[in-house]
Ligand binder design. Structure first.
Ligand code: MN
Length: 258
């Protein structure tokens, strides 16, 4: 662990950057910041509004502005990836020990992780070589969010020193009271069926509009998957990687192109 940092008279052993995709006003990021404040020097840099589903997008077509809320949180008119990118390259004059994202309103499991802004914020930290963890609650609605945040702090305190470097964890926490958050399992991502089709409607001027439909039902949710863990009331931790290369197709393609 790095040498202690001193801020506002307190001595901390860790410096943690916190972001999310639900926006800087979301209960999840507030609960997380509150839970981590006693154990680390924290900086919060989050989108100014809900950017769920933003995935790993960076805003390249316009400048970003950073503002500071009364509680000290920074907020950015951009995506989760923008926030972490700006934090790491402009706001902070040091490399944090950990990037944490969430706690998201609702799950990020299986194929959802590809679209998730929560996972994307953590991924941005990971791409900068910093250990990164994305936290989500298994069910929408913020029930037991303070319990989830306390549990997230426990996981960081328990496992930070042993995390492989670099590492990117996708953590989903069931909506339960703290006392019932004791089972934690390592998982692989499950799979979903194809998404439901878009929902077609008319705007007030009679023009066709389309709402993106809900995700598909679980397809691979057996033992060992994140879906299976949450269904059993357990916290799921999936270690992620970013390399999208389909290694087993590579040699066949090379042969076909030769
Ligand atoms: Mn979200």
């Amino acid at each position: 662990m790095r040498s202690p940092a001193v801020a506002s008279g307190k001595i901390y052993c860790m410096r943690i950057l916190i972001s999310n995709d639900d926006g800087y006003l979301a209960p999840g990021i507030n609960a997380l910041a509150e839970a981590l404040a006693p154990i680390a020097e924290i900086v919060v840099v989050a989108p100014d509004s809900n950017r769920s589903g933003a995935s790993n997008s960076l805003s390249l077509d316009r400048p970003l502005s950073v503002q500071r809320a009364a509680n000290g949180f920074y907020f950015v008119n951009g995506t989760p990836s923008d926030c972490v990118h700006v934090a790491l390259t402009a706001i902070l004059d040091y490399k944090p020990d950990l990037v944490v994202s969430g706690i998201n309103n609702g799950p990020n499991m299986g194929d959802d992780t590809l679209y998730s802004g929560t996972v994307a914020a953590a991924t941005e930290g990971f791409l900068f070589g910093i250990p990164a963890i994305a936290f989500s609650q298994g069910t929408y609605g913020w029930e037991h969010i303070d319990d989830a945040a306390r549990h997230a702090r426990d996981l960081i305190q328990r496992y930070y020193d042993t995390l492989p470097r670099p590492c990117l964890w996708n953590v989903n926490i069931p909506n339960r009271p703290y006392e019932q958050l004791n089972a934690v399992v390592a998982t692989r991502l499950g799979r979903r069926h194809q998404s439901e089709p878009v929902i077609k409607a008319k705007d007030p001027r009679g023009k066709d509009i389309y709402w993106i439909g809900p995700p598909g039902a679980c397809k691979e949710a057996g033992e060992g998957t994140d879906f299976h863990a949450l269904a059993a009331g357990k916290t799921s931790i999936t270690p992620l990687q970013i390399d999208l290369t389909h290694t087993s197709q590579l040699s066949a393609l090379a042969k076909a192109l030769a």
